[in-house]
Each structure stands twice: as structure tokens, then as C-alpha cells.
Ligand binder design. Structure first.
Ligand code: NDP
Length: 248
């Protein structure tokens, strides 16, 4: 039976790289996006043309009604869920904490934290043996920012990723006896468009100097870790926070 993976934020970056690798490994894919419909539709089309299965579904993960609609589309199209990759995430303009307003904190926590909680809840309802499911895996995208703190850049984003670590640790224990493994990947500085949202598109080049390996990472390198945690090869791994950060 073909396994079904839902990836939030699959329009570009780490989410899109994960989708390509997952399709090559034989997963059927539900590709969520928020704003970039065309890129996501194109990715789904490429996967289908290569002989795979994929649908693109718009939903803002911070909005409960839209998340319910996303999972209803998943149910209708595939009728099962094996892996959730909680990848959708945002950060805002780099600044010090005393310059930040509460609206920004609400946006950062709504997408990064509540979005992941909402999708995790819906995934557990479908995958847990407690609810008649056949088990599965959840992979959350945290960040090394959770332990570095992102001073002078975005402490709010770092704190939101700290919440993702706690979600991972708690939920892993809560559903371990119900067939679901829950893990997180903590990327370091990865070459994607997210850094432009912070106002520094060339951030990867600057931060690379503080990476022991001396370079930023590729989205594909993070995707490899996500796919391993999702796979049966990680059958005894749950509650792990896996740094993919070039030693940083
Ligand atoms: P990108 O900015 O390249 O992509 C972000 C993705 O998230 C897009 O597909 C975007 O969709 C989607 N998204 C944003 N907001 C929402 C929303 N409200 N609802 C649904 N989807 C949304 O980011 P990356 O690929 O770099 O990051 C992916 C994950 O990895 C994030 O959680 C990020 O925090 C984490 N990470 C990244 C690091 C890096 O250096 N790049 C380092 C550590 C962690 P759309 O384009 O359609 O709006």
C-alpha cells in the first residue's frame, strides 16, 4: 500500500525538497502551501508526470478552519495518512526584542507553533491506534535557533522553535504506545528564501563563517534527515531532536 505524506509549506525550500525526495521514495503526497499556488501546482504536476501521486492544497496552517479543510481534502483524496511533516514556518525582520510589537509575536507563534499543534492534532486523530488508525510518524521542523536563541535577529522565532522541541518531546511520549513516532529536525543555516523575510537574503554567507563545516546547508540535506525519521529505518527513534547544522 502506498504511504501518504502530508507536508505543510511545500511550495519551496525545505518543504519542496522533502516532497521531491519523498516522491522518489514512493510516497503519495499532499502538498500544502499558503500563498504560492503556482509553484506548488507545478511541483505536484512534475511528481505526477514522473509517475507519482500528489495534490496541492491551499491552507494557512495558523487558521483552524483552513487546517480542517486541508485534512478533509487529504481524507477525500487519499483516505489515509502515514506521515505528517510539520514544515510550514515564518520569521520576520531581524531586530532586538525591545523593538518588537505584540502583533509580530502573535503571527510568529500562530504559524510556527499553533500551526504545528493543529496539524499534529489532526494527524494523531487519523494515525493513532487509540482512534482506529494504523500508526505513523510526525516530523516537526524546529531549528538550532531553539538552543542558540537568535539574539539581535529574532528571539521570538527561536522561542517558537523551543515550543516545537517541547511539542516533540511531549507528544512523542503521549503517543508512543499508539503506533506514532514523533521527532524533530533542527536545521542550522540552510540556503532557502526564508532569510529574505528577515531582511538579509545573504544571511547564509555571513553565518557560514560560524559553522564548523564552513558552509550553509542545502534543503536537500535537511530532506534526507526528515525522510529517515519518517521511515521504518527509524523504527526505535522517537522524541529525538536531530541537528542538521554542519556541527554548529
Ligand atoms: P521558506 O520560507 O523557503 O518556505 C516556507 C514555506 O512555509 C513555504 O512553502 C510557505 O508557503 C510555507 N508557509 C508559510 N506560512 C504558512 C502558513 N501560514 N500556512 C501554510 N504554509 C505556510 O522556508 P524554509 O524552507 O527555509 O523553512 C522550512 C522550515 O524549516 C520552517 O519551519 C523553518 O522555520 C525551518 N528552518 C529553516 C532554516 C533555514 O535556515 N532555512 C533553519 C532552521 C529551521 P507559501 O510560499 O505558499 O506562502
Amino acid at each position: 500500500m502506498t504511504k501518504v505524506m502530508l507536508i505543510t509549506g511545500a511550495s519551496r525550500g525545505i518543504g519542496a525538497a522533502t516532497a521531491r525526495l519523498a516522491a522518489a521514495q514512493g510516497y503519495a503526497l499532499c502538498l500544502n502551501y499558503c500563498r504560492h499556488a503556482e509553484a506548488t501546482e507545478t511541483l505536484a504536476k512534475q511528481i505526477i508526470e514522473a509517475g507519482g501521486q500528489a495534490i496541492a492544497v491551499q491552507a494557512d496552517v495558523a487558521d483552524e478552519a483552513q487546517v480542517l479543510r486541508l485534512f478533509a481534502s487529504l481524507d477525500q483524496h487519499f483516505g489515509r495518512l502515514d506521515v505528517l511533516v510539520n514544515n510550514a514556518g515564518i520569521l520576520e525582520q531581524q531586530m532586538r526584542l525591545e523593538q518588537m510589537d505584540v502583533g509580530r509575536w502573535q503571527r510568529v507563534f500562530a504559524v510556527n507553533v499553533f500551526g504545528s499543534f493543529l496539524c499534529a492534532r489532526e494527524a494523531v486523530l487519523r494515525m493513532s491506534t487509540r482512534h482506529g488508525g494504523r500508526g505513523g510518524a510526525i516530523v516537526n521542523l524546529s531549528s538550532v535557533a531553539a538552543r542558540l536563541g537568535a539574539p539581535g535577529e529574532y528571539i521570538d522565532y527561536a522561542a517558537a522553535k523551543g515550543a516545537i522541541d517541547s511539542l516533540t518531546l511531549g507528544l512523542a511520549k503521549e503517543v508512543a504506545g499508539e503506533g506514532i513516532r514523533v521527532n524533530a529536525v533542527r536545521p542550522g543555516v540552510i540556503d532557502t528564501e526564508i532569510h529574505a523575510s528577515g531582511g538579509e537574503p545573504a544571511r547564509v554567507a555571513r553565518v557560514s563563517q560560524s559553522v564548523p563545516m564552513g558552509r550553509g546547508g542545502l534543503a536537500e540535506e535537511v530532506a534526507e534527515a526528515i525522510l529517515w525519521l519518517a521511515s521504518g529505518q527509524a523504527s526505535y527513534t522517537s522524541g529525538a531532536l536531530l541537528d542538521v547544522s554542519g556541527g554548529r
